[in-house]
Design a protein around this ligand. Structure first.
Ligand code: GLP
Length: 265
């Protein structure tokens, strides 16, 4: 199933392929649902979680896990896009997960990109997570510049749900989902680093050679706002799931058959 190791306090699982990494991530989420059917899940968008969601849909449809009593909170949403805009993160979640599983849609929360009073909406979102008892398992991807959710470089560990400006390279990366970079919104509402770190368990999935630098910086670089994902090293229960390509810079021997424990300090 892969090689597991520990790097700077973070459990790292390296799988042979992106499919295997996605399957392993889906199993962690299904295990959470089976251990506590009323759990609160933090969910992510982007290309990375798509195969994980497909696995979860298959598991849900074959009765291996149920979302019926679960509640979900998404990490972020573009400002200025209506919920039914095809590129809104609400549409992404409805199309790629919620409409295909048994979760009641009223138990799914995504920030409102058209909120009149964004600051108030952000504090209500934060309060809503708390009212549900906090997030049990938070799924994350990672941006090429080390961002998590839309916490761009410069975001410190105390940040909460708030309005942010997107970095130029994030706009370029996400332009692939729009007809041109000009159409990518310049701002977003995002959970903060502190919001994410309050989750009881965090699973970050990264796949492909394009994520090597971000993964290295997160696990091996300094813990700093320059690489927001590095703050995950301050959390006691983080699992980073990688495919071999994303793990290429970590020096892990992925030919070993048995899981191994390595400590890098
Ligand atoms: C987006 C999202 C993040 C996501 C990241 C990586 O901008 N806000 O939550 O993890 O970029 O995206 P991808 O998975 O498409 O590489």
């Amino acid at each position: 199933m892969g090689v597991s190791t520990t790097i700077n306090g973070i459990s790292v699982l390296v799988c042979d392929t992106a499919e295997a990494a996605s399957e392993a991530t889906a199993k962690l989420i299904a295990n959470q649902l089976n251990a506590n059917p009323r759990c609160v899940l933090g969910l992510a968008t982007g290309g990375t979680p798509l195969m994980t969601y497909q696995s979860l849909i298959a598991m849900n449809q074959s009765g291996q896990c149920s979302f019926q009593n679960a509640t979900t909170f998404n990490l972020d949403e573009y400002v200025g896009l209506a919920a039914d805009h095809p590129q809104s993160y609400r549409s992404f979640m409805n199309d790629n997960l919620f409409s295909k599983i048994d979760v009641p849609i009223e138990q799914t929360y995504v920030p409102d990109g058209l909120a009149d009073n964004i600051a108030e909406h952000c504090s209500q979102y934060e309060a809503m997570i708390d009212r549900h008892g906090g997030i049990d398992l938070q799924l994350l991807g990672i941006g090429h510049n080390g961002h998590i959710a839309f916490n761009e470089p410069g975001s410190d560990s105390q940040t909460k749900t708030r309005l942010v400006d997107l970095a130029g390279n994030t706009i370029e990366q996400n332009a692939r989902f729009f007809s041109s970079a000009d159409e990518v919104p310049r701002q977003a509402i995002t959970m903060g680093i502190a919001t994410i770190l309050k989750a009881k368990q965090i699973v970050l999935l990264a796949m492909g050679s394009g994520k090597v630098d971000a993964v290295n910086a997160m696990l091996l670089g300094e813990v700093s706002a320059d690489v927001p994902a590095s703050f995950l090293r301050e959390h006691p229960a983080v699992t980073v799931v990688l495919d071999r390509d994303a793990a290429a810079g970590l020096g892990i021997d992925t030919t070993r058959k048995m899981p191994t424990e390595q400590q890098t300090t």
